[in-house]
Write a protein that binds this ligand. Structure first.
Ligand code: ADP
Length: 460
């Protein structure tokens, strides 16, 4: 029995001992785990605090749990569309605003709001946020949706100074504990002020550009009116002379008066075209025979050329008449400007050298007009600056002629280039695509009604 008793008692005691040992081991393991977990949590908290306290971005820690509970209650009560509910119940939004608690804030947040301590912040918390801030409605919806990232631009009201524009960002995802939600506040007031200034400057610039464009347009009109005004003046002088004869020559006077009327009409159309050229109105293109336009322009310029003893020579086109899709008035103005420049360029040249030669020829599918003079040629130092608005080397120049020419040529889908001739003069070449309806007809003169010494030589 004793043995039996001894033999039966020992294994039981051993078994009990083993069980106790196992329990002890399990408890010790559990304790270790709990301790390890606590250590991890503590480390994580220290880490969080370090970030929270040292970050230069303002952070406010929010407790949204009461708001979330109210939303859950609403859902239980059958409200499924929280957005709709928020939109239709401003009193609900106001009540929710009161349920949000700010539980902590970092030094950067205190500095942004101009408060010295957390206690001071908590004492006057409501004063920092606007009661009419619409962004809070969206925040309630984001809490209801447990949006992983909610970001909104709003403003806060510091103790001193103007409101600050801030971008607030929260993480509200399902894994975030809503009783402790850190929200960052990024002050974008300076950036927004700069953006406003930039917009203001852009407006001012646009205004200055409009004013500048208007000034340029006025200057261009004034520039282009020079020639028609000079023509009107000479017709008026002629009319006066014919009238002062004894007896007055009424037929010639009437012709001169007709010239004045024509000149005024021309001036008006020139003005319209320049406005269209630099403005936004459309220029209507029609089929125009370039030969005719050139001959008319040369006839028109003969007086000015004669005054300076300049010969205008037009080399006749070999073969076909060349037509382009263009605006007759604008094309005429291009040639008027180029001939005027050529005449001016040769003012200091010996009289026998003063000659402007115009030629027109076909180059592939384009018409090529060349205006050549025998002046000093292009100053290579200016290298293309001549086409800039208001660039001039003349005492009374406006620096617009070439710019107008190039713009007008480009309006015709063409190009304008300049080069120096081997003999030293300046050459301008204009290439304009031929009209698709270009017909191989005989030579035509637009109107060379006025008298000239030979069909292609004008001036002296
Ligand atoms: P502006 O005639 O009022 O000066 P333009 O735009 O017509 O304005 O010409 C700009 C400049 O280009 C002139 O001042 C002159 O220096 C140069 N230029 C124009 N045409 C010629 C030319 N045929 N020969 C040499 N230089 C020229």
């Amino acid at each position: 029995m004793i043995f039996t008793g001894r033999a039966g008692g020992l294994p039981t005691a051993i078994a009990q001992g083993v069980v106790h040992l196992c329990i002890l081991v399990a408890l010790a393991t559990l304790l270790c785990r709990i301790q390890a977990r606590r250590a991890t949590l503590e480390q994580s908290e220290r880490h969080y605090r370090l970030i929270f306290d040292t970050l230069s971005v303002a952070i406010l820690e929010h407790d949204f749990s009461a708001v979330a509970a109210r939303i859950a209650q609403l859902r239980k009560g059958g409200v499924s569309d929280i957005r709709n509910h928020v939109g239709n119940h401003p009193e609900f939004v106001a009540a929710m605003r009161k349920l949000v608690k700010i539980t902590d804030m970092n030094a950067a947040a205190l500095a942004m709001l101009g408060v010295g301590s957390k206690a001071e912040f908590l004492a006057r918390m409501c004063g920092f946020f606007s009661e009419t801030d619409d962004s809070f409605s969206e925040c309630i919806i984001a809490i209801g949706e447990r949006r992983p990232l909610f970001q909104v631009e709003t403003h806060v009201l510091p103790i001193h100074g103007p409101p600050r524009q801030v971008v607030v960002a929260f993480g509200l995802g399902p894994d975030i504990s809503l009783d402790r939600v850190p929200g960052s506040l990024l002050d974008v007031s300076h950036r927004r002020a700069l953006e406003r200034q930039l917009l203001q400057k852009r407006d001012q610039l646009a205004h200055a550009e409009r004013t500048g464009a208007l000034a340029a347009m006025s200057a261009m009109i004034a520039h282009e009116l020079n020639q028609p005004m000079a023509a009107i003046q000479s017709y008026a002088d002629a009319a006066r002379r014919w009238m002062s004869r004894n007896p007055p020559d009424l037929r010639e006077t009437s012709l001169a008066l007709a010239g004045i009327v024509e000149g005024v009409d021309h001036a008006r159309t020139v003005m319209e075209r320049v406005r269209a050229l630099v403005g936004s109105s459309r220029i209507d293109l029609a089929e125009v025979e370039l030969d005719g336009v050139l001959l008319t322009t040369v006839a028109l310029m003969r007086c000015e050329a004669a005054e300076t003893g300049t010969r205008l020579v037009m080399i006749p086109t070999t073969g076909d008449t060349l037509s382009v899709m263009g605006d007759r008035i604008l094309l005429k103005q291009i040639f008027v400007n180029l001939i005027t420049n050529a005449i001016h360029a040769m003012l200091n040249s010996p009289p026998e050298q003063r000659m402007v030669t115009l030629s027109l020829e076909r180059r592939d599918d384009s018409a090529l007009v060349t205006v050549a003079d025998q002046g000093p040629g292009w100053d290579e130092l200016d290298s293309g600056k001549e086409f800039d608005t208001f660039f001039t080397t003349k005492k009374n120049g406006m620096g617009l002629g070439l710019h107008i020419c190039r713009t007008a040529v480009e309006c015709h889908g063409g190009t304008l280039s300049r080069r120096n001739a081997e003999w030293g003069g300046a050459i301008v070449e204009i290439s304009i695509p031929l009209s698709p309806f270009h017909q191989r007809t005989g030579p035509a003169a637009d109107s060379v009604k006025d008298s000239h010494k030979s069909p292609f030589l004008f001036g002296v």
